[in-house]
Write a protein that binds this ligand. Structure first.
Ligand code: UD1
Ligand code: CA
Length: 456
């Protein structure tokens, strides 16, 4: 029996932000989601999140997860937050406690940590690391034999303890029963007047219970985010980790200092990310693609061998061998088929474009259904909005739309039809026909000379 408690009730005063701290994002994902991902990985029987400051906001942000909320309406410290969850803690088994502001902890470390705790039959274990600048963290105090005896908060340290470089991550594993017993013994006689969860370690140690510390090598895992500048540090570390992982899987990244990839993004091997790639959300990119320079992709599916240069792609799907950009804008709910070309200054919104079709320059395709092998000339506008409703334009297979055409929706261009350049089309063009809708040209011969406008 294993349960988890994630503390997320604090205001995050040091962030100086209106947004609750745990909702600040790292790799565009709220910090608490990173922590909950790790919790999910270790298969807890029960998952509790303690909320308090802006409780509704925090709850709404993570309500999609299978977690139980406990309200800590008064924030009297990390120990107090766990006291509030006491009713939820069983008598048997173990409890893992994590803080919602440590987004960089790795699944693998948590797994090893829990095993260390259980294998050694500890009453309480704490995850620690050594860092060069321990300022702001609780210090791990050991006795002469190396046994952990207490955790002392920065504000409560003496000169000697200030020099200790082993710090508390804020991640603990407790025997459930012993945690419950110790909670009632916590007091708030310290410099912050708070009930510290960290004091449980000292209490159990004094009672002669076995207390352990599990040290991780990589101090970046432990980083707690208390300010926006620490948030930027965490972002950098997370980014570095994500990019290294992608490179290990065969994704080429030209400049990792100028490439941004979200945690949930998947990218196939031999895809190359050029500088300025910003790829976030639930995005999946296939193999052998070229992304960038300067390209933003969010919540999209990109199949193999696709090129997207200097463009924005949002909540859309692009099938294999297609070429997008430079300067294209694919807005939500667009689906491009195979071998499609969407060129410079083309905007596509809520539209389907069939295999082998092209819109190479300066067009707007909104609420359209474009078939296969269609050519959309330069400057074509799908006039989808009449001021009241959005209407649909259908362009069937093999149609050819000349340059500077307005297709006033709702309208259909049937299979194998042509539309003459400069036409404003308001009614159906039947299959295999040419639609022309423009004033016939007339020439006034000799007009320039008669007006005396010939240049010497
Ligand atoms: C805490 C630890 C410190 C450790 C550091 C690691 C204590 C007393 N100190 O300090 O030893 O090195 O984390 O990052 O635990 N929270 C609540 N309710 C409260 C207070 C806090 O839910 O009443 C939550 C916060 O939302 C936050 C977490 O607990 O997610 C940690 O609180 P914070 O104030 O950031 O503690 P630190 O000062 O960083
Ligand atoms: Ca903190």
């Amino acid at each position: 029996m294993l349960m988890s408690i994630v503390l997320a009730a604090g205001a995050g005063t040091r962030m100086k932000s209106k947004l609750p701290k745990v909702l600040h994002r790292v790799a565009r994902v709220p910090m608490i989601e990173h922590v909950l991902d790790v919790v999910e990985h270790v298969n807890c029987d029960r998952k509790v999140v303690v909320i308090g400051h802006e409780a509704e906001k925090v709850k709404n942000a993570i309500n999609h997860r299978d977690v139980q909320f406990v309200l800590q309406s008064e924030r009297l410290g990390t120990g107090h937050a766990v006291m509030k969850s006491e009713k939820e803690i069983a008598d048997e088994g173990n409890v893992i406690v994590l803080y919602g502001d440590t987004p960089l902890i790795k699944e693998d470390s948590i797994e090893k940590f829990i095993k260390f705790h259980i294998d050694n039959n500890f009453s309480a274990s704490v995850l620690t690391t050594e860092i060069e600048n321990p300022k702001g963290y609780g210090r791990i105090v050991r006795d002469g034999s190396g046994q952990v005896v207490a955790i002392v908060e920065e504000q409560d340290t003496n000169e000697e303890q200030k020099k200790l470089m082993e710090i508390n991550s804020g991640i603990y594993c407790f025997k459930a029963r012993e945690l419950k017993e110790s909670l009632s013994k916590l007091d708030n006689k310290n410099s912050q007047g708070e009930y510290y969860l960290t004091d449980v370690i000292e209490i159990l140690n004094k009672e002669g219970k076995k207390v352990g510390a599990f040290k991780v090598e990589d101090y970046t895992e432990i980083m707690g985010v208390n300010s926006l500048s620490q948030l930027a540090d965490a972002e950098k570390m997370m980014r570095n980790r994500i990019l290294r992982d992608l490179m290990d899987r065969g994704v080429a990244i030209i400049d990792p200092n100028n490439t941004y990839v979200g945690k949930r993004v998947e990218i196939g091997r031999d895809t190359v990310l050029y500088p300025g790639s910003f790829i976030m959300g639930d995005t999946k990119i296939g193999e052998d693609c070229i992304i960038g320079l300067n390209t933003r992709i969010e919540d999209s599916i990109i199949k193999d061998n696709v090129e997207i240069i200097n463009s924005t792609v949002l909540q859309s799907t692009i099938d294999s061998n297609s070429k997008i950009g430079p300067y294209a804008y694919l807005r939500p709910n667009s689906h491009l088929g195979k071998n499609v070309k969407i060129g410079d200054f083309v905007e596509v919104k809520n539209s389907k474009i069939g295999d082998n079709s092209k819109a190479s320059h300066l067009s707007y395709i909104g609420d359209g259904e474009v078939g296969e092998n269609v050519n959309i000339g330069c400057g074509v506008v799908f006039v989808n909005y009449n001021g009241v409703n959005k209407n649909k334009t259908i362009v069937e297979d093999n149609a050819f739309i000349g340059c500077n055409v307005n297709l006033i929706a709702p309208v259909t261009i049937e299979k194998d039809a042509y539309v003459a350049a400069g036409s404003t089309i308001t009614k159906k063009v039947p299959k295999e026909s040419l639609g022309v809708a423009r004033i016939k040209q007339s020439n006034k011969e000799g007009w320039v000379r008669r007006k005396g406008l010939i240049k010497k």
